[in-house]
Design a binder for this molecule. Structure first.
Ligand code: SAM
Ligand code: DTB
Ligand code: SF4
Length: 334
């Protein structure tokens, strides 16, 4: 397959007709695109750590950390630097190349940001790529993170603009888009995707993908989460999504954003090995690895290792000083 220009002008109809294709046709096309841009059997691996847990003023209907929901979560203040670095060392020794730190804030205060900056510098000195997700940022805060050498900022659109206010009412879609623009302006790489299984329709999934694919530059990393249903959240008890819909959405993300890493994110612990294999076939080439996501358990590492062996997949590695080049096949397998 020839490598074509990436597009930023996808129409809603084009995207729904991709989602509507027969499953085999869609997967064949997604896998062909994937092979044109990436080593097909390599998966980038990130490890997550919640650096500040719970008591969040936002009301995201899926989230254990909202102060507005009555979940069993234990709140935690911002973790001490040494504890974060210890977790990062463990993640690195287990094969992660990126360490993602998440905080349950609507936005960080400048004082808190000073402490996150120390964490970013410390984790970076361990030879890991850094990612943080801290909520909304001002331009000045974003520049500060860029100066600290932050590699990625995670900020998800979560769902379509049409479905959004069924899930979150304390901030708007436009707020999310503006934070994404601040991050881009500061030259930080973007990690932005969404959650499936919120009760949205296929049209909503198409609309969310359209938002991501028509950004002026595609996010370098596109996490596709499957809702982790958490007791006490408004979305607990939502009907299960047809797993093939999840695979279809990954396949279409791969086709629309061919150079981006598509991450098979939250929800793997509820997926069979066979479903995860289909996600990799559809073009997912990144995942979270390690005991926990933010507040919930992740798929077990021993199971992941076994699955990788059975599928002949390998973890991506990074050479000292190298940074990820999306869709460039510049990395090596172990
Ligand atoms: N507070 C920040 C924010 O919302 O951007 C950062 C942390 S927030 C937990 C990061 C992302 O995790 C959310 O945007 C959402 O996409 C995902 N997430 C949170 N809870 C989830 C759940 N129960 N299931 C699946 N994904 C979830
Ligand atoms: C993303 O898209 N998913 C991650 C990360 N970015 C921050 C978070 C998943 C959270 C799953 C539920 C939990 O553990 O609280
Ligand atoms: Fe807060 Fe982020 Fe959870 Fe929303 S997703 S409640 S902003 S921690």
């Amino acid at each position: 397959m020839t490598i074509s220009q990436t597009r930023h002008d996808w129409s809603f109809d084009e995207i729904t007709s991709l989602l509507d294709q027969p499953f085999n046709d869609l997967l064949f096309r997604a896998q062909s695109v994937h092979r044109a841009y990436f080593e097909p059997n390599r998966v980038q691996v990130s490890t997550l750590l919640s650096i500040k847990t719970g008591a969040c003023p936002e009301d995201c209907g899926y989230c254990s950390q909202s102060a507005k929901h009555d979940t069993d979560l234990e709140q935690e203040r911002l973790l001490p630097l040494e504890e974060v670095l210890e977790a990062a060392r463990t993640a690195r020794d287990q094969g992660a190349t990126r360490f993602c730190m998440g905080a349950a804030w609507r936005n960080p205060t400048d004082r808190n940001l000073d402490r996150v900056v120390e964490m970013v510098e410390g984790v970076s000195n361990l030879g890991l790529e850094t990612c943080v997700t801290l909520g909304m940022l001002t331009d000045r805060q974003t520049r500060r993170l860029a100066e600290a050498g932050l590699d990625y900022y995670n900020h998800n659109l979560d769902t379509s603009p049409e479905f959004y206010d069924r899930i979150i009412t304390t901030r708007t879609y436009q707020d999310r888009l503006e934070t994404l623009a601040h991050i881009r302006r500061a030259g930080i790489r973007l990690c932005s995707g969404g959650i499936l299984g919120l009760g949205e329709s296929r049209r909503d999934r198409a609309s969310m993908l359209r938002q991501l694919a028509n950004l002026p530059t595609h996010p370098e990393s596109v996490p596709i989460n499957l809702l982790v249903k958490i007791e006490g959240t408004p979305l607990f008890g939502t009907d299960d999504l047809d797993p093939f819909e999840f695979v279809r959405t990954i396949a279409v993300a791969r086709i629309l954003m061919p150079r981006s890493y598509v991450r098979l994110s939250a929800g793997r612990s509820d997926m069979s090995d066979e479903l995860q294999a289909l996600c990799f076939l559809a073009g997912a080439n990144s995942m979270f690895y390690g005991e926990r996501l933010l507040t919930t358990p992740n798929a077990e590492s021993v199971g992941d290792a076994r699955l990788f062996e059975r599928l002949g997949l390998t973890f991506e590695t990074i050479d000292a000083g190298e940074k990820t080049e999306p869709g460039s096949c510049s990395r090596q397998a172990v």
